[in-house]
Design a protein around this ligand. Structure first.
Ligand code: DAT
Ligand code: MG
Length: 152
């Protein structure tokens, strides 16, 4: 049975606005398994590496300033096949105006440049981003008691 990981991050505006608990709760309620969690002030280098595919975009410098403007909450979540796409659905479209109701961005954010949360866009990037943001000893291997009720 295939297991995938996704890297979810509450951006500095989400921390400042006090919606960390709400955001974590949505992934918990969906039945994903939390394997890593920390409050973290990231460096410019780390932010640039995380968003390296967007380096040539005009908004890149502003994006890096935003991500490094305060602490973020880094999370690693695990689930069965589809967890990465499923997390993106909970988060909603990049532009919160296009994000559906009952999504994190649709409910809580307005401008694209303050869209409060990040989620990996593929299982490969999930692995890459978790390895980038967490050291090995910061991740926990554990078996939630509800696992048989959440996986086939
Ligand atoms: P997502 O975060 O939905 O995966 P992305 O990877 O394309 O979106 O972009 C990363 C972040 O960069 C995004 O959350 C907000 C910012 N961003 C993307 N497109 C933008 C734009 N057109 N103007 C300003 N910021 C943008
Ligand atoms: Mg992205």
């Amino acid at each position: 049975e295939q297991v995938d990981q996704t890297y979810i991050m509450v951006k500095p505006d989400g921390v400042q606005r006090g919606v960390v608990g709400d955001i974590i709760s949505r992934f918990e309620k969906k039945g994903f398994k939390l394997t890593g969690l920390k409050l973290y002030q990231c460096s410019k280098d780390l932010a640039e590496e995380h968003y390296k595919d967007l380096k040539l975009k005009s908004f890149f410098p502003k994006l890096i300033d935003y991500i490094t403007s305060g602490p973020v909450v880094c999370m690693a979540w695990e689930g069965c096949f589809g967890v990465v796409a499923s997390a993106r659905k909970l988060i909603g479209a990049t532009d919160p105006l296009q994000a559906g109701p009952d999504t994190i961005r649709g409910d809580l954010a307005v401008p694209t440049g303050r869209n409060i949360v990040h989620g990996s866009d593929s299982p490969e990037n999930g692995k890459r981003e978790i390895a980038l943001w967490f050291k090995e000893g910061e991740l926990c291997e554990w078996t939630p008691v509800l696992t048989p009720w959440l996986r086939e």
